[in-house]
Design a protein around this ligand. Structure first.
Ligand SMILES: NC(=O)c1ccc[n+]([C@@H]2O[C@H](COP(=O)([O-])OP(=O)(O)OC[C@H]3O[C@@H](n4cnc5c(N)ncnc54)[C@H](O)[C@@H]3O)[C@@H](O)[C@H]2O)c1
Length: 447
């Protein structure tokens, strides 16, 4: 059975918007001062070919994706890359055991991308690196599995979507909720019209993260910390604020909006859309800040409410981060109909309720969580996968608008046609576009 998100017959985000010649303002590899090799691999994967993978970023999620892919007989993992060598031993061991051969090891992903035998890469780096990792992978002729949120800011998201389109590569984003039964069933129910006319959506996440006050430390010899910082603004090495904890610092990550908002708002938006080309808000307003933990060094807000307004269809969506979650899961989303009926979904379940809270019996559609299989299938069929980069660029931009409005302190306006903020409000913020630290620079593929 086809899934709603697999319908690629309709208009896709950006389809036709990228000029065939893609007037790139940064060169095709060669002009990127610190870019990947311009010698892009031309190899296309045949239905029965081995697919050779490299992993960039051997942290929690990158390694988890790699292990999922190692379950498939067609996959061969040939190379691992991490700027911190201390993060690699478990992955080196497992890959060596599986294939009877140690993978090649890299600290600089550009060297990995130079290898002609590598067909595709998994990008599991922190958010500050996704744009360069992905665009350089496209320039080097690779397909990719890129973690969410696709980018650190809006300018990057657009450049990435342009690059994927220009190089015609297959990119799955790690928003695996698109592939699980509870979210699939809820989206299908809402799209079928059974809930009625939807006027409101809400998505939320409880946030209790306090990285704490810690001092800078000497950088260990096995860690290329300057490369870890990459295009972000340089800050001294504080171990407790580095691996895993970068999320709470807007210089590197996007706070809860990019961490969980990108999962939960994605499902809410899919329910309100016909296909992967998502409905986009016309404006976003965020209130909040570091209200609960003002003394913690995190720079991402801990308490926020963002109100998004949509036109055609007309509805409002809220994104909330806070501390309590009484009577509901710590993260989730809900659609509310004009008559007060609602459909709620969270990791592990979904339900439909009358306005008085009484549950309406519903049937779940049993589908396997085949997010990684879907990428593998698409590498062979050359169709864009269920979480295409183009579609997830839209969700990611919606999430960035939450931070943009908070940082700007005013309402920001979005145009789907222009794929940009309308007016000046918000354009000065780091969540709209960051100043790249030299020598790094973002290749701009226009859309
Ligand atoms: N899809 C999901 O459910 C899910 C869950 C968790 C995390 N994620 C995403 O996965 C990504 C990684 O998150 P994580 O929690 O695994 O982070 P992490 O900090 O544990 O791991 C990131 C790894 O990347 C390495 N790295 C940093 N810069 C690099 C570079 N330039 N080249 C090579 N390696 C580099 C780091 O040293 C680290 O080992 C994030 O974008 C995050 O949002 C997705």
């Amino acid at each position: 059975m086809g899934r709603p998100m697999d319908d690629l017959s309709r208009r896709q985000f950006l389809e036709g918007a990228v000029r065939a010649s893609a007037a790139v303002t940064a060169g095709l590899g060669a002009a990127t001062a610190v870019g990947a090799s311009p010698a892009a691999s031309k190899r296309r994967v045949g239905a029965n070919d081995k697919i050779v993978l490299g992993l960039i970023g051997c942290g929690g999620q990158g390694a988890s994706n790699m292990r999922r892919m190692m379950d498939f007989p067609e996959i061969q993992v040939a190379a691992l890359c991490d700027v911190d060598k201390s993060r690699m031993p478990g992955d080196i061991r497992d890959v060596t055991v599986k294939y009877g051969k140690q993978p090649e090891l890299y600290q600089d992903y550009r060297k990995l991308l130079e290898r002609k035998d590598i067909d595709a890469v998994i990008i599991g780096t922190p958010d500050n690196w996704h744009a360069l990792n992905l665009i350089h992978a496209m320039e080097a002729g690779k397909d990719a599995f890129c973690e969410k949120p696709i980018s650190h800011d809006i300018v990057e998201a657009k450049a990435m979507a342009g690059a994927v389109k220009h190089y015609n590569k297959i990119v799955q984003v790690g928003s695996w909720q698109r592939s699980t039964g509870e979210f699939y069933s809820a989206i299908d129910y809402v799209r079928s019209g059974k809930l009625g006319k939807i006027v409101q959506a809400r998505a939320w996440r409880t946030d209790d993260n306090r990285p704490g006050v810690h001092s800078p430390q000497p950088v260990p010899s096995y860690f290329d910390y300057d490369m870890w910082v990459g295009p972000a603004t340089f800050t001294p090495y504080v171990p407790e604020h580095t691996h895993g904890q970068w999320r709470w610092f807007l210089n590197f990550g996007c706070g809860e909006a990019g961490d969980w908002g990108v999962h939960m708002m994605d499902i809410a938006l899919l329910g309100m859309s016909k296909d992967q080309d998502l409905v986009m808000p016309v404006e976003a307003t965020t209130c909040g800040g570091k209200l609960a933990y003002p003394d913690d060094p995190r720079t991402a807000p801990d308490t926020t409410v963002t109100i998004y307004r949509f036109k055609n269809p007309d509805f409002v969506m809220t994104w909330e981060t806070g501390r309590d979650h009484v009577g509901r899961d710590g993260s989730g989303l809900e659609w509310i109909a004009a008559d007060g009926k609602s459909c709620m979904a969270w990791r592990g379940g979904w339900m439909v309720r009358e306005p008085d809270g009484k549950q309406i019996p519903v049937e779940s559609i049993p589908v396997p969580n085949d997010h990684w299989q879907n990428w593998l299938d698409c590498l062979k069929s050359r169709q864009q996968p269920r979480s295409s980069l183009a579609s997830m660029a839209q969700t990611t931009i919606v999430c960035h608008l939450s931070n943009v409005s908070l940082l700007a302190g005013e309402t920001v306006h979005w145009s789907k046609e222009k794929m940009d903020i309308v007016g000046r409000a918000g354009k000065h913020t780091g969540s709209y576009g960051r100043q790249y630290r030299a020598p790094w620079r973002l290749p701009i593929y226009t859309v």
